[in-house]
Design a protein around this ligand. Sequence first.
Ligand SMILES: [Zn+2]
Length: 256
Amino acid sequence: MGYLFVFVSGLLIGSFLNVCIYRLPRGESVVTPASSCPSCGSAIRPWDNIPLVSYVILRGRCRHCGGRISPRYPLVELLNGLFYLVVLWRFGLSLNSLFYMVYFSTLIVITFIDIDFQIIPDAITLPGTAAALLLGIFLIPDPFDRGSVLGAKQSILGLLIGGGLFYTVALVSRGGMGGGDIKMMAMVGALTGWKGVLMTTFIGSLAGSIIGISLMLFKGKGRKTRIPFGPFLALGSVVSILYGEELLGLYLRGHP
Ligand SMILES: [Zn+2]
């Protein structure tokens, strides 16, 4: 029952994340007005706005104009629901789990805004970094040593190293790395410490390279195609929070 409740909550919040992804970069309010069809502008009734279910019943089309509704809407809802399930399964019913759920939702919003607009809004990363610092100092466990709280030293160090590392890359690559990535990594560092920054960067670069090379090979995208880095960093941060301690243990066993 607990799992079902958390999954359904994840779907409902995922529906709100879709609103954030669409409206935040356009400078619109995420609270009002109610959702409307992007094709014909008619208001979407509450019973046509049930996560996943409505999309399937309406076969991905608007009830009024028949315009296509992007499969990304149900995908974001499903992804958020699954994230919540994984957090609950991994960390149980706790305050920390609640904060991780909020964080993972934030990463979903960052991911899709970065894919659409190649930006990561300050409206997310600045309050996000402040919140991550507070949580890191006082409450959230070190993902590489879950028995203890991350603490002030680790959280501040993580913020500086995350921001500093990506600021350096931005300087060296002359615009290859955006300001949004810098602030995002400051947030990641404040929440997961310097080890979190390194693991996130490593996994993000690895995944980014694999996808980048695949796109070049199979879709004929040129070397100059800019692939947003935010989604890969988000993936790296999720993995390091869920499995940081275990992955580091594996690595250290391989390198005694
Ligand atoms: Zn319509």
